[in-house]
Design a protein around this ligand. Structure first.
Ligand code: G3P
Length: 247
């Protein structure tokens, strides 16, 4: 089965009302490859602004979501609130949340279960630190993160996996095409062995970490790279070139 190429833009805690409007206007007027699924993820504060102004066909994601129904959870946002606002995606398990906010593999897996079971698709992130890579533990770390996810998930159709080596995030140090492909291939093999051939075949695996308009072309040619989760470059006009990298 052909996996539809996917490009996500993770704005992180960046942007003002005017800069976000500018990004949306740029995307609205751009000619985008119709064969690419595009999902952009501004901060909670800008989700509605983006959803109300972004052209149809482009989706919006939150950067986190809570795994309980509406109620007394100060500071959190629920899955039903996202859906009510036309937000059909969320990022979960980004390394910045795993490390700075101390979200464990289990917490991320439970949130992923809740979101997908309640109709919100998930860009689920995984990846190793520099120390873990240098110790030769990359595949072990990612496999452990995947195993925690598998313990909670039965329907994988609403999950896109984003492999983001922590050492490549915001550092300008992109993984080489070989390094990225090696881990993507290992993730697909893990899915084949531990979940099913179908899930391995159908699940999109994105690469994230210093992707830009110059390196996206080569990365996109790798057999197991099905798209990107872009940070810094998603705030720039060149994001359009990344979306169109298959052309
Ligand atoms: O989620 C995207 C990300 O962490 C990569 O960020 O700025 O290195 O593209 P960046």
């Amino acid at each position: 089965m052909a996996r539809k190429f996917f490009v996500g833009g993770n704005f992180k805690m960046n942007g003002s009302i005017s800069s976000i409007k500018e990004i949306v206007e740029n995307l609205n007027k751009a000619t985008l490859d119709p064969n690419v699924e595009v999902v952009i993820s501004p901060s909670y504060l800008h989700l509605l602004l983006v959803r109300e102004n972004l052209r149809e066909g482009l989706e919006v994601a939150s950067q986190n979501v809570y795994d309980k129904p509406n109620g007394a959870f100060t500071g959190e946002v629920s899955v039903s609130q996202l859906k009510d606002s036309g937000i059909n995606w969320t990022i979960l398990g980004h390394s910045e949340r795993r490390t700075i906010l101390r979200e464990s593999d289990e917490v991320v897996a439970l949130k992923t279960k809740y979101a997908t079971e309640n109709g919100v698709s998930v860009i689920w992130c995984c990846g190793e630190s520099l120390e873990e890579r240098e110790a030769g533990k990359t595949i072990d770390v990612v496999s452990k993160q995947l195993a925690a996810l598998k313990a909670q998930i039965s329907d994988w159709s609403k999950i896109v996996i984003a492999y983001e080596p922590i050492w490549a995030i915001g550092t300008g140090k992109v993984a080489t095409t070989e390094q990225a492909q090696e881990v993507h291939k290992a993730i697909r093999e893990w899915l084949k062995t531990n979940v099913s051939d179908k899930v391995a075949d159908e699940t999109r695996i994105l690469y994230g970490g210093s992707v830009n308009e110059k390196n996206c072309g080569e990365l996109s040619k790798q057999a197991d790279i099905d798209g990107f989760l872009v940070g810094g470059a998603s705030l720039k006009p060149a994001f359009v070139d990344i979306i169109n990298c298959l052309k």
